[in-house]
Design a protein around this ligand. Structure first.
Ligand code: ARG
Length: 462
């Protein structure tokens, strides 16, 4: 098949090279954005008198028909075309004849593709943000139900201090709010138009770049034509924001995997979100969370692919940049898959409150509170810390807990201990009194969910 640019060539390109060069298998998904960009371009060409008004209208009509035909399935995208830009232009020309050949006036595929990716990712960011928002709302709902569900908090995966399950979940809500914030930021820098940069050096035609940007709902034209066609920062920024978000989902997944184990049994996933083993009849595996942890590696890889692809490229467009799409589309596709599986999985899990509480009741998780008890009676913290350490050692030697240790043993270490020590180190006091802003007390958790819902609304309206 002769290529659209075949004029200069004396023979056909080798068929293997054609296949190697082609990007249609992965850029066909941008057909809608390609057509939107072309409609804006054709509109502007007409308004500026660069082409006749009737040609402009004919081009717009033809493009709209192509869009409708692709959407209805009437027109199939040719898998042998070089890329989506060439396919649509060729189709337009076959429908409109010479008028179709006017569309590419004052434009290059270099500014065209840069525009299409921006428009495509702009739509994807909206979808991803709404999925993250749904996850945050689900977390708030569950946290409110479990604002007083006591569980052990960990450092070094060792029981540290008692917290509430609601508090634990709201930590993830905070991370996810930052993810939306990052996506807003990425979106803002992405939503600038490279159209009119031409191949690299703009054009001699009297185009109006502000007008095409406006028609496409973008904040304005990119300020330099070389940068316009050679910038892929927006892909890297998005891949990076998505990597961070995936890292959050991966940490959460890791915790869910631990919590599902018999060693913890804090939660159980619904059967619909677990899988069995082909040999071990007792198994119920948290495959979904493991896959999310695995796919995080892949999204981080996409980010690295993009950085490595760009790092040695001279200005302006280089064909290496065609590799941007598979990497960023992979990241976008996978995070959407992960989020849309994770949300219902979370909503349907069963929480074993009693197991969480039992785990919190052991492991001397209230030792800090025991030391604080003495501090509140006037003792310096370091002294109180040492006395409590002695009491913990005593409990370990007798295989008991601070809650079960008789008062006389407390008194043997320090006369300041009275009967009220038991209340002071009870789990409910330990958690209930930690009502500092952002703390684990039930009332603090409720305040956090309220603030989170409010911040989410603000971020979604930005
Ligand atoms: N398919 C190409 C890409 O994805 C479109 C731009 C081609 N430009 C060029 N000068 N060959 O990057």
């Amino acid at each position: 098949m002769a290529m659209m640019w075949a004029g200069r060539f004396s023979k056909d390109v080798d068929s293997k090279v054609n296949a190697f060069n082609s990007s249609i298998s992965f850029d066909a998904r941008m057909y809608k954005q390609d057509i939107a960009g072309s409609i804006a371009h054709a509109t502007m060409l007409g308004e500026q008198g660069i082409i006749g008004m009737s040609d402009s209208l004919e081009l717009i009509g033809g493009l709209k028909e192509i869009l409708a035909d692709i959407e209805s399935g009437k027109l199939e995208i040719d898998p042998n075309a070089e890329d989506i830009h060439m396919f649509i232009e060729a189709e337009l020309t076959s429908r409109l004849g010479d008028v179709g050949k006017r569309l590419h006036t004052a434009r290059s595929r270099n500014d065209q593709v840069a525009l299409d990716i921006r428009l495509y990712l702009r739509d994807e960011i909206k979808e991803i943000k709404s999925l993250i928002a749904e996850l945050i709302t689900a977390l708030c709902d569950i946290a409110e139900k479990h604002s007083d569900t006591v569980m052990p908090g960990y450092t070094h995966l060792q029981r540290a201090q008692p917290i509430t399950f609601g508090q634990h979940l709201m930590a993830y809500a905070q991370m996810l709010l930052r993810d939306i914030d990052r996506l807003n930021d990425t979106e803002r820098r992405m939503n600038v138009s490279p159209l009119g940069s031409g191949a690299l050096a703009g054009t001699t035609y009297n185009i109006d770049r502000h007008r095409t940007a406006e028609l496409l709902g973008m904040s304005g034209p990119m300020a330099n034509s070389l940068d316009g066609v050679s910038d892929r920062d927006f892909c890297i920024e998005l891949a990076s924001a998505l990597s961070v978000c995936m890292m959050h989902l991966s940490r959460f997944s890791e915790e869910i995997i631990l919590w599902c184990s018999w060693e913890f049994k804090f939660i159980e996933l619904d059967d619909a979100y677990s899988t069995g083993s082909s040999i071990m009849p007792q198994k119920k595996n948290p495959d979904v969370t493991e896959l999310i942890r695995g796919k995080t590696a892949r999204v981080i890889g996409d980010n690295v692919t993009l950085l490595a692809m760009m790092k040695g490229l001279p200005l302006a467009y280089n064909k290496d940049m065609q590799e941007d799409k598979e990497a960023i589309f992979d990241a976008v596709d996978n995070i959407k898959l992960c989020l849309s599986t994770f949300i219902p999985m979370l909503k349907t899990m069963t929480v074993y409150k009693a197991n969480m509480r039992n785990a919190a009741a052991r492991g001397f998780i209230n030792a800090t509170d025991c030391a604080d008890y003495l501090v509140k009676k006037g003792m310096p913290f370091r002294t109180a810390y040492k006395i409590t350490g002695g009491l913990v050692a005593l409990c370990i030697s007798r295989d008991t807990t601070l809650g079960d240790l008789p008062l006389k043993d407390y008194k043997s270490q320090c006369e300041l201990f009275e009967d009220d020590i038991y209340k002071a180190i009870s789990l409910d006091t330990c958690v209930g009194e930690r009502k500092t802003f952002g703390g684990p007390a039930p009332e603090s958790v409720m305040a956090q969910t309220e603030l989170t819902r409010k911040r989410l609304k603000e971020l979604c309206n930005e």
